[in-house]
Design a protein around this ligand. Structure first.
Ligand SMILES: *[C@@H]1O[C@H](CO)[C@@H](O)[C@H](O)[C@H]1NC(C)=O
Ligand SMILES: *[C@@H]1O[C@H](CO)[C@@H](O)[C@H](O)[C@H]1NC(C)=O
Ligand SMILES: *[C@@H]1O[C@H](CO)[C@@H](O)[C@H](O)[C@H]1NC(C)=O
Ligand SMILES: *[C@@H]1O[C@H](CO)[C@@H](O)[C@H](O)[C@H]1NC(C)=O
Ligand SMILES: *[C@@H]1O[C@H](CO)[C@@H](O)[C@H](O)[C@H]1NC(C)=O
Length: 419
């Protein structure tokens, strides 16, 4: 029976198919400087805001504001976020051993944790089991052994700075774990960038991406110009979000409709140094305008960094053709209780993404050390099958034989039966 023989052959082939390691974008670096960056994280289970924050060693208020979630909601830090919710986590990106990665995230193991479960579930594929192992040589870890409860592990997360700019405009880079439903065009549309820009940033030779790859996605942002001695030097806020700084005293926002960072006193109940501009009655964020024959005389009191524990502000007056409208703020949302459905919108037509990648990729894309094996990103929308990406690449090599498509489906079917 030839069909049966072919099936056996294909199954054997699939069994021996090397699983290509997921790729990740690395940025070489030399300084010990750090920048603001983000990681995209999908919750593996229901978690409190404070629990997500602690997984990534970040401030819960920063986590909420980065996602434009209303922090005035009662007891918001104990709010339970639903499993499979996608959130952006603000992490400082440093330079470790010549490569950009986060260095401040640590994890305390819990019962039945293994390297694979920490890698694939807890940190959603942002870090591989081998990378955790390498980062913790003293812990003597070996997969698949269960790790002793309470072991403190350092978790290196992928991040990139690229000078906080993209096409000469301010940007923050988000490390994003590709899911099997993703296409480059879909990601580009979701994050208001283009396929060619994504290919350029990630040094991709073609637009093919696969489950588990980690991409650096540039998000347009508003940059600060605080002096280097300010504690919050280099603050960059992604469009559509907020940041909190100066010991929770100052809140800054970016967009919509403006690329200028706008900072004002935060409404949290903390004691703060003066937020009034010297020699004026204006407070941080106050803008007064006066129409004159020459144009609009704008006076503003703006935040200029957290210096030596005090809030530094600058009073400036300038003439511009027209008076600015009232300040617009990114829309705040209530803490989510369900996962929004629009997350996996269909990819737009290729014409929207346009263009070819530039000739100057800023990074190299390398296989991350050690493939993320085990389970697929939990809850992939269409019941994803481990190994299905292998089946897909098999198919792409055989596209000249349309009949192979049919066998591709058989393989998929058999694989899903064998689960
Ligand atoms: C970094 O970005 C700034 C503006 O955002 C620009 O002036 C500077 O030239 C850039 N530096 C490099 C090395 O690209
Ligand atoms: C910022 O986001 C808003 C939507 O929230 C969008 O309309 C605007 O074009 C974005 N601005 C930039 C510079 O990306
Ligand atoms: C100045 O800023 C403070 C604090 O944000 C605000 O309460 C006040 O209404 C502002 N005043 C003017 C004139 O804009
Ligand atoms: C603009 O306003 C400031 C403060 O209100 C004032 O000192 C300055 O003379 C004004 N300039 C013009 C050109 O009207
Ligand atoms: C900060 O404080 C230190 C001493 O406390 C002082 O030497 C330094 O000049 C201050 N920096 C600024 C920018 O005020």
């Amino acid at each position: 029976m030839p069909a049966f023989a072919t099936l056996i052959f294909l199954l054997a082939l699939v069994a021996f198919l090397p699983r290509a390691a997921p790729k990740s974008t690395i940025e070489p670096c030399s300084n010990s400087d750090t920048c603001s960056s983000l990681v995209g994280y999908t919750l593996y289970t229901d978690l409190k805001v404070s629990e997500v924050a602690s997984l990534f060693s970040v401030d819960p208020i920063s986590l909420l504001l980065t996602n434009a979630i209303d922090i005035s909601y009662p007891d918001v830090e104990n709010h339970i976020l639903p499993s499979q919710l996608f959130v952006k986590i603000p992490i400082p990106c440093s330079c470790v051993d010549g490569i950009r990665k986060s260095s401040g995230v640590s994890y305390k193991t819990r019962p039945s944790d293994t390297l694979s479960s920490i890698s694939a579930a807890v940190y959603g594929g942002l870090v591989s089991a081998d990378q955790i192992k390498e980062a913790n040589p003293k812990a003597e870890l070996s997969d698949p052994s269960v790790i002793a409860v309470g072991t403190q592990l350092s978790i290196p997360l992928p991040c990139t700075c690229f000078n906080n700019s993209d096409n000469n405009l301010p940007a923050v880079y988000m490390s994003y774990v590709v899911r099997d439903v993703d296409t480059l065009a879909g990601i580009a549309a979701r994050y208001r960038t283009t396929v060619s820009d994504l290919m350029n940033v990630n040094a991709l030779g073609n637009a093919e991406i696969k489950d588990g790859d980690i991409l650096a996605i540039p998000l347009s942002a508003c940059a600060s110009n605080f002096p280097t001695y300010a504690k919050d030097y280099g603050l960059v806020v992604p469009n559509g979000s907020y940041a909190i700084t100066a010991s929770h005293c100052v809140q800054c926002s970016c967009g919509p409709g403006s690329r200028n960072l706008y900072c004002m006193p935060a409404s949290l109940a903390v004691s703060c140094s003066s937020m009034q501009c010297r020699n004026s009655n204006l407070m941080l964020g106050n803008i007064t305008t006066q129409q004159s024959a020459a144009g609009c005389n704008v006076t503003s009191c703006s935040y200029s960094g957290f210096v030596n524990g005090s809030i530094s502000s600058t009073l400036s007056t300038f003439l511009q053709p027209r008076c600015p409208g009232s300040q617009q703020f990114p829309q705040l949302t209530a803490p989510p209780t369900v996962v929004p459905e629009s997350l996996f919108s269909p990819a737009p037509s290729p014409s929207e993404s346009g263009g070819f990648p530039g000739t100057n990729p800023r990074s190299s894309t390398v296989p991350s050390s050690g493939a993320v094996l085990g389970f697929p990103p939990a809850g992939g929308p269409s019941g994803s099958v481990p190994g299905s990406s292998g089946a897909c690449s098999l198919m792409s090599h055989l596209t000249s034989f349309p009949i192979m498509l049919v066998f591709g489906f058989i393989v998929k079917f058999v694989l899903s039966m064998s689960l």
